[in-house]
Design a protein around this ligand. Structure first.
Ligand SMILES: *Cc1c(COP(=O)(O)O)cnc(C)c1O
Length: 375
């Protein structure tokens, strides 16, 4: 087996390589001409289940060359069968549609996933319970575990929750957006469906929206692809091209961003007393539980800090040179967000920080001068 960095560049070499161009074109077409040989035409009722992703493209709501190519590369990365969507939330919507549980156990985490769960509660009476109420799950229900979890970057014990859910016949979806491979590989812990917002690290350049689901079961993929055709949530043409371009450099970016974040967190945790305005730092690298070492081979490039007052938290972003004050994460550019701007349920002293690919020493110096100027 070749290595991840090689597979990210070559994993799609045999998928829809239709022109000699090294960089495959952006296909703006919505429809593709059928074969000109009448003997090669296949009737819809004779098409075997699940061949949508391998047959020639027909109509771009089903699939198109760069959507299939990005799936081929993501299959190398996630070590499962992958279905790509036009956003992370479309992927989560597809997952809940597929399982259609009566009860959903869900933690804090990304507010948008709660928005999707609310839609299911409205249209089909889905009952939502907290993560620690897993004893209310029954056969066919779902436990949705986001780890590490937004916005603090806190890791949860996958093995524990998978065992509790499976004991009751429930499925486990893991939103692993904050620590994608090789930092964390949820299939190793028995998760049924892995979800990512590909808008974040897989895209990595803050210029595309995408999401994906990964499964070990080809039958699940076939159903998800069929559902996606009718939900109309396939990744867009330009976005799939950008995603494919981004995946080529993914491994370099994630390893750099992860090691920089760990270094920056360690610096401010060790020197916390130098900054009277710095109240708290949250990151999985500061967690002491036993499962952390088994579950995480590297830490998320996202962490959070609390300052001593909401007023100081509101001012810190404006004092920074290298951090954009914006929502989102995963891009090559570092970002900071006063979380009260997007999350109504969070303490107003909280700032979420996403580390990019800049030199970590420059980022430390920038945070140092900004925190010192407020002290
Ligand atoms: C951003 C994000 C999502 C939603 O993804 P979109 O691509 O914005 O739809 C879901 N979960 C987590 C943890 C995220 O960070």
């Amino acid at each position: 087996m070749s290595h991840l960095s090689t597979n990210l560049v070559h994993g799609d070499d045999n998928t829809f390589r239709r022109v000699p161009d090294v960089i495959q074109p952006i296909n703006v077409t919505t429809t593709f001409s059928y074969n000109n040989d009448p003997d090669k035409l296949v009737k819809a009722k004779d098409i075997k289940e699940g061949v949508i992703t391998t047959r020639d493209p027909v109509y771009s709501r089903l699939s198109h060359p760069n959507s299939s190519k990005s799936e081929a590369v993501l299959e190398q990365l996630l070590d499962g069968h992958v279905v790509v969507y036009n956003s992370g939330l479309s992927a989560f919507f597809a997952a809940l549609t597929y399982y259609h549980p009566k009860v959903l156990a869900i933690g804090n985490g990304y507010h948008g996933c709660h928005g999707i769960a609310k839609i299911f509660t409205r249209i089909s009476g889905l009952k939502q319970v907290r993560l620690d109420q897993y004893d209310q799950l029954g056969p066919g229900d779902v436990l949705h575990l986001e780890t590490p979890e937004n916005p603090f970057g806190t890791a949860h014990d996958l093995s524990f929750y998978v065992a509790e859910a499976h004991k009751r016949g429930a499925h486990v979806i893991c939103d692993a957006t904050f620590a994608p491979p090789p930092l964390q590989t949820p299939f190793d812990f028995g998760v049924d469906l892995v979800m990512h917002s590909a808008t974040k690290y897989f895209g990595g350049h803050s210029d595309l929206l995408a999401g994906c689901l990964a499964t070990k079961d080809i039958k699940v993929k076939n159903q998800l692809v069929s559902d996606r055709t009718f939900l109309g949530t396939t990744i867009a043409n330009l976005d799939s091209y950008l995603l494919l371009r981004s995946l080529r450099t993914y491994e370099m970016r994630i390893l750099r961003q992860s090691s920089s974040a760990e270094k920056i967190v360690a610096h401010f945790a060790t020197n916390k007393d130098k900054y009277p305005v710095l109240h708290k730092i949250y990151h999985s690298s500061l967690q002491k539980e036993d499962f952390i070492k088994q579950q995480l081979r590297g830490h998320s490039p996202v962490f959070a800090i609390e300052l001593t007052t909401p007023e100081l938290a509101k001012r810190l972003p404006s004092r920074l040179k290298y951090f954009h004050h914006a929502t989102s994460l995963g891009g090559v550019e570092s970002m900071i967000e006063w979380r009260a701007m997007t999350d109504p349920g969070v303490q107003e002293t909280l700032l979420r920080i996403s580390i990019g690919v800049e030199h970590p020493d420059d980022l430390i110096a920038d945070l140092d001068q900004a925190l010192s100027s407020l002290s």
